[in-house]
Design a protein around this ligand. Structure first.
Ligand code: DCS
Length: 480
């Protein structure tokens, strides 16, 4: 008889869950690395792993919070600027016992207040710290909300395709149904409401109650910034269809063009006024992992709830309490992110210099990468307007598709494995995010160091063009 934790008797939802960002390609890359091959890990949006240096001020503050005895050292002022010392004292006062103590399960009240002030400055509408929960990265918040929404397999969540696989994975894990809607690649990966209406109708015809809709703005893996008009229409749609909107806005600092700045779904909702602003349920997510912070390992995040009843918020609080407390250093990073040094502060100039340098370099890298992809044979790529990824479409020759299939691989997995073996560039095949039938992509981050970028793109081009040469014949290509 199978034991409870034998593979055969595991929870089927656990077994069904797939997460491509650390899937087959990643495992093969790790193997090759062990064998001594130089691997360029562009599969995860993990900036520090690719050499990005931490911002000085937040690390100074957290260092002091972690080692509060330094604050009593007479030389502390030689090592740390006065504003970092003051801020460390501020956070230590907000905790009940420093970084080694559990906090409130929703996060430290004083930090949630700083988040609320940030949201008000950003959107021009006040919010209540009681509606903000701090989390271990945005991932945990997304999972908490999906868990609260999904009751059984007939509950559907509209998820963009391509999507970041946290959504598909968590929906599977909680036993719900993913209802896909396709982003329009030819229209810069924007939302197409005819398509969304069709998705909803088709799900309903199968007995699914569609309860929530996810947007990722700026997009992962697609890198688009949604227009204000698109988000307005989306909110109207959620209102009419009675959907809670889950707005994944973790890339809100990562914007590389000026036509479509980031505007939060929350601001647009309040701009629209009643009845929508009083009716549409919205949960917005943010993190310290992205932006120019890139503090992925610190696991700081928050979600903010709009138009949820106090009884629901209490239930979500209760469930958060099961995990006792989000990690406390991550909460301090979140406080620092939403309340960075201000003009006139001792650390302001340095902080600005460091963060601007990162943003300017990311902007350049976004251009180098998309231009590089567009110069390759049978590759087309929308410009990375925001976020940290490039998502080129690879038009695979019919023969490459056949060879891949006979090797038992999805065609894009086949291509990405060959790319990895030839160049050491570790990407994620588009199938891990979802794509239209018969269309193939890959995702890379734009995070390798700027100075390495031209060589990486050259090596990609060399591989790609040789691959196309090898497999092209008269039978044509994959196409949208
Ligand atoms: N939402 C989106 C759209 C993301 O891309 C990520 C991380 C998260 C949420 C969760 O991040 P944190 O839990 O760290 O806040 N993106 C992964 C990715 O695609 N590559 O790296 C990580």
């Amino acid at each position: 008889m199978a034991k409870p934790l034998d593979y055969e008797s595991l929870n089927e939802n656990v077994k069904k869950t797939a997460y491509a960002v650390r899937g087959e390609l990643y495992l093969r890359a790790s193997e090759l690395q062990k064998e001594g091959k130089k691997i360029i890990f562009t599969n995860v949006g993990n900036p520090h792993a690719l050499g990005q240096k931490p911002l000085t001020f937040p690390r100074q503050v957290v260092a002091l919070c972690q080692a509060p005895f330094l604050l009593d050292d007479p030389n502390v002022g030689l090592l740390f600027p006065a504003d970092a010392i003051a801020r460390a004292k501020h956070y230590l006062q907000l905790t009940s016992g420093g970084l080694g103590a559990y906090s409130d399960s929703r996060g430290i009240p004083g930090v949630r207040k700083e988040v609320a002030e940030f949201i008000e400055r950003r959107d021009g509408y006040p919010t209540d710290p009681e509606l903000i929960f701090l989390t271990d990265g945005a991932s945990k918040g997304v999972m908490q909300m999906l868990n609260a929404i999904i009751r059984n397999e007939n509950d559907g969540i509209l998820v963009p395709v391509p999507q970041y696989p946290l959504y598909s994975a968590a929906i599977t894990l909680y036993g719900g149904s993913l209802v896909p809607y396709y982003l329009e690649e030819e229209a810069n990966w924007s939302l197409d409401f005819n398509n969304i209406r069709q998705s909803i109708a088709s799900a309903r015809s199968k007995g699914i109650t569609v309860r929530a809709m996810v947007i990722i703005n700026p997009g992962n893996p697609t890198g688009q910034c949604l227009s204000e008009a698109n988000i307005r229409e989306l909110l109207r749609f959620c209102f009419l269809e009675n959907l809670v909107l889950l707005a994944d806005e973790v890339y809100q600092q990562n914007i590389y063009q000026d036509e479509r700045p980031f505007i939060s779904a929350r601001k647009i909702l309040f701009d629209m006024g009643p009845p929508l602003s009083k009716e549409v349920q919205l949960v917005s997510f943010h993190t310290v992992s992205k932006g120019y912070w890139g503090e992925c390992g610190q696991r700081g995040g928050y979600f903010e709830m709009t138009n949820l009843s106090p009884k629901t918020v209490d239930e979500i609080y209760k469930v958060a309490s099961i995990s006792l407390s989000p990690n406390v250093p991550g909460q301090i990073f979140m406080g620092l992110m939403v309340n960075p040094p201000k003009p006139g502060d001792i650390s302001y100039f340095k902080f600005e210099q460091e963060s601007k340098a990162i943003m300017e370099s990311l902007r350049k890298r976004a251009h180098i990468m998309t231009d590089g992809f567009n110069s390759c044979r049978n590759v087309v790529c929308n410009f990375t307007e925001g976020a940290m990824y490039s998502f080129p479409q690879i038009r695979l020759p019919a023969r490459a598709i056949e060879v891949a299939k006979s090797a038992g691989k999805a065609p894009d997995v086949f291509y990405c494995l060959k790319l990895l073996e030839a160049t050491g560039i570790s990407t994620v095949p588009g199938s891990g995010f979802g794509q239209k039938e018969g269309v193939f992509h890959l995702r890379t981050t734009i995070l390798p160091a700027e100075e390495d970028m031209p060589a990486i793109m050259e090596s990609f081009k060399k591989f790609n063009d040789a691959f196309m040469e090898e497999y092209e014949d008269y039978r044509g290509y994959s196409r949208m």
